[in-house]
Design a protein around this ligand. Structure first.
Ligand code: FEO
Ligand code: CA
Ligand code: CA
Ligand code: CA
Length: 572
């Protein structure tokens, strides 16, 4: 039928089978090539990573960082720039001569600090595919020591003042940059997720402030920064971790611009920042907080976006909302204000999780990326999994750090949710600024080979497309949803038949989902963007555990790869 043909045309590829090997597979008629690998030079006279010694301190802020994550492509004049996150480092691969990669001095701490953050780089397509334009004036590394500014309601607050910054404005570094976003005015949004992991205490007697617990800030770290770099020692600088956990705006067109931490968007373990313009021109930003039992947020600017107008305050002045899902398929965005929370504005922006708990937001199964459909008024969030909702010994529902019981609800319906789901909402009045929405589940991931009950997954999950732990998610310009996974790749037990992590395409209209790519064993698929001509789909491969992408005998290197159709047709 015509309808079947239309549905089929949304998937112009033959789906790939699950795989368990150490490379990438894409459908027949497509091919892939690395563009940028961990430790690859961005500037002239910089050496590629040494497979035995790693990257030198001198080169560490001049090479592509480790563990590529969220990314966006920007067109500036006739240049194409990719801004891409480097979420974290594997210490042991960056400091191969140290036990467990633990740094033994400040220089080694700096190597770890430099290999994370963000890369902005120019890329160009030549006869040998896409390459970094080495030495382009746009090329830039932003890392854990890059000067930036706090902006919005928490800027200048006593909560964020430190010994070296008595104004609470001038901070250093962006941390654990996970997902990303872009604004219509051409800036990149990088999102600070598990920032807590970098801050520790050298003083066993130091009493951790009460607010640390909700964010997981603890005395011990796996990075050891606090041992050699005093800024990361919370016993000396207790406000320093309150200067992380934000969405940071970067102007990729100006390599000397100062990144800005937009505190109005809240301090959570930010996954990504999905931006859309509401009917009246206000800026709407959807954001997930990736931790078990945390929440889904939305920011709405006070001002409206006028192309070419002043955009400097749009992400500073506005209202932050948190989602309440009701079991009848309705939902509501609850404003976090002094009236609704009993907290001051700076407190709401620094202790955002605590503020959201006060208004009874719905606890979620780890909100990862939000994706906004460009051809329909709807948005999607990947709820990756929650295997530990559980019940405590005394029979109470386990709580998140705020004491909110992770009760089952219709949007998070599984007791032990190892597969995850994708929730979708439709704003009332077809307006992303509306306070109300309707919602449904686009899919419940599952394993129909292993389970016959609800854990088999929703009706659009089958033996040929099954996966677990949806994470990265983005729409292409045609309205096809690209789903990336970060899950269990044992291919065993509950996960039998699912293979390695993967990327799939989903059709919002029919619900059909097909597997497009399988990733190397041990890796997750993280971040994606498209070339200006939509003939290349860029995808990130994070933390492969076997030689990749250079093959046998070479280092496993996280990498950004380019996927094309062999006939060079548009694919996004
Ligand atoms: Fe860094 Fe929630 O993924
Ligand atoms: Ca993620
Ligand atoms: Ca994840
Ligand atoms: Ca990751």
């Amino acid at each position: 039928s015509a309808q079947a043909q239309e549905a089929a045309s949304r998937f112009p590829f033959k789906p790939v089978a699950a795989a368990t090997d150490n490379t990438i597979h894409v459908p027949e008629g497509y091919s892939w090539k690395p563009v940028a690998k961990w430790g690859q030079p961005l500037f002239p006279n910089v050496q590629d990573i040494d497979p035995v010694k790693g990257v030198s301190l001198e080169n560490s802020d001049k090479v592509f960082g480790e563990n590529t994550d969220g990314m966006e492509l920007f067109v500036v004049g006739n240049h194409q720039l990719i801004a891409v996150n480097h979420e974290y480092v594997n210490n042991e691969t960056n400091l191969p001569h140290r036990e467990k990669g633990m740094p033994a001095n400040l220089d080694e701490v700096k190597i770890l600090q430099h290999m994370q953050g963000v890369t902005v780089m120019e890329v160009a397509e030549g006869n040998d595919g896409w390459q970094i334009v080495v030495g382009s004036p746009f090329n830039r590394r932003i890392h854990h020591n890059t000067p930036m500014k706090l902006s919005g309601p928490a800027a200048g607050s006593d909560l964020v003042k430190t010994a070296t910054d008595s104004n609470g404005i001038d901070c250093l570094g962006t941390f654990n940059n996970c997902g990303a976003g872009r604004t219509p005015w051409g800036t990149y949004l990088t999102c600070e997720e598990n920032f807590n992991g970098y801050f520790g205490s050298t003083d066993a007697a130091f009493k951790m402030p009460d607010d640390y617990k909700r964010y997981g800030i603890a005395a011990e770290t796996r990075y050891g920064y606090e041992l050699f770099d005093e800024r990361f020692d919370v016993s000396k600088h207790p406000n320093e971790p309150r200067r992380a956990g934000y969405v940071v705006e970067i102007d990729p067109s100006n390599a000397s611009s100062t990144p800005i931490k937009r505190t109005a968007l809240g301090r959570i373990k930010h996954e990504n920042a999905a931006v859309v313009i509401a009917r009246d021109g206000r800026v709407v930003v959807y954001m997930g907080d990736d931790e078990r039992g945390e929440f889904l947020y939305k920011f709405i600017s006070h001002g409206i976006y006028v192309p070419g107008g002043d955009t400097s305050k749009l992400l500073d002045e506005g209202t932050l909302y948190v989602a309440k899902f009701t079991d009848d398929g309705n939902g509501e965005w609850v404003a976090l204000t002094p009236e609704s929370t009993g907290m001051k504005m700076d407190e709401i922006c620094v202790f955002t999780r605590q503020a959201a708990s006060k208004v009874g937001a719905t606890t979620m199964d780890r909100p990862e990326w939000v994706a906004i459909n460009p051809v329909a008024i709807e948005a999607y969030c990947a709820l990756t999994n929650n295997t530990n909702r559980g019940v405590t010994k005394d029979g109470k529902l386990r709580a998140n750090g705020g004491g909110d019981a992770m009760a089952l609800n219709a949007a998070n319906p599984r007791e032990k949710n190892e597969y995850g789901q994708i929730v979708r909402w439709y704003p009332e009045n077809d307006d992303h600024a509306d306070a109300k929405f309707k919602w449904d589940l686009f899919c419940m991931a599952g394993n129909p080979d292993v389970h016959k009950d609800a854990y088999a997954g929703s009706s659009n999950i089958n033996a040929g497309n099954m996966f677990n732990s949806p994470d990265g998610m983005m729409f292409d310009s045609t309205g096809l949803l690209w789903i990336q996974t970060d899950g269990e790749d044992s291919n065993d037990g509950q996960y039998a038949g699912q293979g390695n992590n993967q990327m799939l395409a989903g059709d919002p209209v029919t619900g059909r989902i097909e597997r497009f790519l399988t990733a190397p064993k041990g890796s997750e698929v993280t971040g994606q963007t498209w070339s200006a001509d939509k003939r290349t789909h860029f995808v990130g491969i994070q933390h492969p555990n076997a030689p990749f992408p250079d093959g046998k005998g070479k280092l496993p290197r996280s990498a950004l790869v380019a996927i094309k159709r062999d006939d060079n047709a548009m694919i996004g």
